[in-house]
Design a protein around this ligand. Structure first.
Ligand SMILES: Cc1ncc(COP(=O)(O)O)c(C=O)c1O
Length: 395
């Protein structure tokens, strides 16, 4: 009898456009080295190094201990939607109806819902390059076309109304903005945001504003698109500022006219976000939790102020001062010809994990690296010491 063989995989054509998230692969390699006994300084990670605040953990534990963990409404528990509306009123002085706030599985779930209800095949979305890598893949997943906009230090690594006008075509459906940005930490200026929104709306386009790093800014605070328009999709998350990456919880503020469509898609794609995470997050807005988060923000500011000058001193060039998130996007062309090789060598030879530019787009990835400054000051200093030694040995 012939032995049965598996049929060849028939993977959808779109998958050839979905690149791996290199930083995850680099993290796996760093973890394998650690398992083999090496000490690695982590400057590649995209999450805070703090534990989830205790009041959140306790609230979730109390909920789970009661023993019943059913589905919640698809759009989230009403108390959490109301708490987020209050947060907008207190922090941004804007009124957002709780009915427009949809609880999601992280910012990732929110981006998928927004793009799912907006994108017809062939619709173009403009995205900053360098920028958050998953966005172009989300657009592609819905058969849209991601259109990178090259941003650089001259525009503070943020897209402007002029970029929108120059790149716009009749197929352009919208623009995805991330401010503060991953990987550059840059922040769109308030007036530039106002101009960008009006340029987009003049062309009947839609802004998706990813505000996941709001709260993590170090000089000026970030403006929300909600301050200027009710027609943007605003994405946010409990992952970064609230220190809840693994809980998978975020939210999407939806323009009124799209609410029913988002609700239908949320019901089908996710049923609901994690119930324990939602009940835990109710404690995220308590004044004592917010005080704790503010203290953490100050710690991150100190860490940035240690790493930024040290990188410049090593010979990296940082063209725009990072103003938020916890990343520094550094040009390494004075030190190496290829950032991916440099990342590999820094990990293997110096025990320092850093993310290569290739994750963030097509604009000079070979000459850029992303450093994350979530590690504490002594670990950052140790990483700098090891890099100095590595570059000195090569000289
Ligand atoms: C700009 C940006 N948007 C969205 C996400 C996804 O975050 P979440 O964990 O909330 O899904 C990330 C994660 O790093 C990010 O950097």
């Amino acid at each position: 009898m012939p032995t049965p063989t598996s049929p060849p995989a028939r993977i959808a054509a779109r998958m050839s456009d979905i690149a791996p998230f290199h930083v995850m692969e680099l993290l796996a390699r760093a973890q394998a080295l650690e398992a083999a006994g090496r000490d690695i300084v982590h400057m590649e990670v995209g999450e805070p190094d703090f534990p989830t605040p205790e009041p959140i953990v306790e609230a979730a534990a109390r909920y789970v201990a009661a023993g019943r963990v059913p589905y919640t409404p698809a759009l989230g528990i009403p108390a959490l939607r109301a708490a987020i509306a209050t947060f907008y009123r207190e922090r941004y002085l804007v009124d957002v109806a709780p009915e427009r706030i949809v609880i999601t599985a992280g910012a990732s779930g929110a981006l998928l819902l927004a793009l799912g209800v907006l994108t017809n095949p062939g619709d173009e979305f403009l995205l900053a390059d360098p920028g958050y890598p998953c966005n172009r893949h989300f657009v592609r997943t819905f058969e849209g076309v991601p259109r990178p906009i090259r941003v650089d230090a001259a525009c503070n690594f943020q897209p402007t109304a002029a970029h929108w006008e120059a790149a716009w075509t009749p197929r352009t459906r919208g623009l995805i903005l991330s401010s503060p940005s991953n990987p550059t930490g840059s922040l769109i200026d308030r007036n530039d945001l106002i101009d960008l929104i009006s340029a987009i709306e003049m062309r009947a386009g839609t802004l998706i504003s990813d505000e996941i790093y709001h709260g993590l800014t170090y000089a000026t605070s970030a403006s929300s698109a909600l301050e200027f328009t009710p027609d943007a999709f605003v994405v946010n998350s409990f992952s970064k500022y609230f220190g809840m990456t693994g809980w998978r919880l975020g939210w999407l503020v939806v323009p009124e006219a799209y609410l029913r469509a988002v609700e239908k898609l949320a019901q089908n794609l996710f049923i609901c976000a994690s119930a324990p995470a939602q009940y835990g997050a109710l404690a995220a807005f308590a004044p004592s939790t917010l005080d704790m988060l503010e203290a953490r923000r100050e710690t991150l500011a100190t860490q940035r102020d240690v790493l930024l000058p040290a990188l410049r001193d090593l010979g990296f060039e940082v063209r725009a001062e990072p103003q938020g998130a916890f990343y520094i996007y550094a040009d390494c062309s004075r030190l190496a010809t290829d950032s991916a090789t440099l990342c590999h060598d820094l990990l293997d030879q110096a025990g320092v994990a850093v993310t290569p530019g290739v994750d963030f787009g097509e604009f000079e990835p070979a000459s850029h690296l992303r450093f994350s400054y979530v590690a504490n000051v002594s670990r950052l200093q140790e990483g700098v010491r090891r890099m100095r030694q590595y570059f000195a040995a090569r000289a």
